[in-house]
Design a protein around this ligand. Structure first.
Ligand SMILES: Cc1cc2nc3c(=O)[nH]c(=O)nc-3n(C[C@H](O)[C@H](O)[C@H](O)COP(=O)(O)OP(=O)(O)OC[C@H]3O[C@@H](n4cnc5c(N)ncnc54)[C@H](O)[C@@H]3O)c2cc1C
Length: 402
């Protein structure tokens, strides 16, 4: 008989993957360290470290994945489409513009509030009989032999022991499971902190997403539900973040946005509370070890500059699902190491493309060398004239190329 698959980590990736597996009739035990909020009060949006004040730009491919899961209608209530993308650099003349209509697509993706995404995913998980959700438990030990993976977990004073033929580790950037497996990482600290918040502008966003490269860091301004609300992600140099946090710095922050952005968005009128996140690239040396597979940030944590991290994780999850459903049709043992190794191999090209792209953008635009600045300007200008480049970049950004 097929054993339930164990997923460690109920963040955005763990919950999404659990739903995808359950839809394919694969039973799941999902273990999460944090205690989720109660669900009786359907009006409150739960707080969970993974579903914080951030917003995520979901690519068209990610939207398709949620459509297939049958939950896009619910997610859409707090999502807004991106119909144009403008890329500029402060103090430079170059400008790249992508327009959905010209690329003959409905949109380049959707911006969703993480808190809403988390709430919908959790509600779905609660309703899914094939998922056993065990929250408030921390996995503290992981071992495996040829046939099984064994874990120990702590819940208050209680000790849980579980086993499965397949364990999926979606336990985040500092993954305990990855360390327990002895898998090393390549880590690059960008020495940046992302300042994240929601702002209100005097001009409506008209569904335009902006990426503006500034000496302080690359600033992303994305449309949110509500005509004048926009999501801000602004990576600044580590050590300078306190200057932007706290209610006493609201006006200072708005002024800096205004100065960096000019009047493209009108006046920056209001800002919400700012939160900050340290930015690093963390890449696991291996993603499949015996009967364990690493997913999400545990496998690859990226700089958020192009909003690709979670989208890449969802594509990984989609491909893993395909491998597992194929395996399910021939055997009850879903954790056969060859299957997981084949999955890892299949995913490497897409992962490496996205990793190189995100890292290249951060490094390329963080350099103030005047020569590089000219190259960037020419690149942004040429973007409007090189035939074929727009559909290529648009497809890339929409996650449809993989
Ligand atoms: C500022 C910022 C903006 C971003 N914007 C975008 C965007 O626009 N588009 C996009 O595609 N991506 C974006 N990303 C990337 C995206 O947020 C990540 O890809 C995503 O959060 C990864 O989720 P995860 O579930 O893998 O990890 P996490 O969210 O870290 O979840 C891991 C979970 O595992 C649990 N856990 C950890 N250890 C244990 C244990 N021992 N036992 C049990 N449970 C455990 C944790 O409690 C946590 O809930 C952004 C990232 C940042 C920092």
């Amino acid at each position: 008989m097929q054993q339930p698959v164990i997923i460690v980590g109920g963040g955005m990736v763990g919950l999404s993957l659990a739903l995808m597996l359950a839809k394919a009739k694969i039973a799941v035990k999902l273990l999460e360290a944090i205690r989720y909020p109660e669900y009786q009060d359907t009006n409150s949006i739960p707080y969970h470290s993974s579903f914080d004040a951030r917003n995520s730009a979901l690519s068209r491919r990610s939207v398709q994945i949620y459509q297939h899961l049958g939950i896009w209608d619910a997610l859409q209530q707090h999502a807004t489409p991106i119909l144009q993308v403008h890329i500029t650099e402060q103090g430079s003349f170059g400008k790249a513009r992508l327009i959905a209509e010209q690329e003959q697509v409905e949109s380049f993706g959707q911006v969703i509030e993480n808190a809403w995404l988390g709430r919908v995913l959790l509600q779905q998980v609660h309703q899914q009989p094939l998922i056993e959700l065990i929250d408030g438990v921390t996995v503290t030990k992981l071992t495996q032999d040829d046939a099984q993976v064994y874990i120990e977990a702590e819940r208050n004073q209680e000790q849980l022991t579980l086993r499965s033929q397949l364990l999926i580790a979606a336990d985040g950037r500092d993954s305990f499971c990855r360390k327990a497996l002895g898998v090393g990482v390549d880590e690059h600290d960008y020495q940046q902190m992302a300042i994240v918040t929601t702002v209100q502008t005097s001009k409506p966003h008209q569904h335009v997403g902006f990426e503006r490269f500034s000496p302080l860091g690359p600033l992303a301004l994305l449309p949110l539900p509500g005509e004048y609300r926009r999501s801000v992600v602004w990576p600044v140099t580590k050590g300078t973040e306190q200057e932007w946090l706290g209610a006493e710095n609201d006006q200072h922050f708005l002024d800096a946005l205004q100065q960096t952005f000019g009047d493209r968005a009108g006046r920056f009128e209001k800002t919400g509370q700012r939160f900050c996140f340290p930015l690093a690239q963390v890449l696991a040396h291996r993603q499949a070890v015996g009967r364990v597979v690493l997913m999400g940030n545990a496998a690859h944590t990226l700089h958020p500059v192009a909003g690709q991290g979670f989208n890449l994780c969802l594509r990984d999850a989609d491909v893993l699902l395909r491998f597992l459903t194929q395996q399910q049709s021939i055997s009850d043992d879903l954790g056969q190491p060859e299957i997981l190794t084949a999955y890892e191999k299949a995913r490497l090209p897409d992962q490496q493309r996205v990793i190189k792209f995100c890292d290249g953008v951060v490094r390329g635009f963080s350099n103030n060398n005047p020569l590089l600045k000219i190259v960037r300007n020419t690149g942004l200008l040429a973007f409007d004239f090189i035939p074929g480049i727009k559909p290529f970049v648009a497809n890339y950004a929409m996650g449809l190329k993989a």
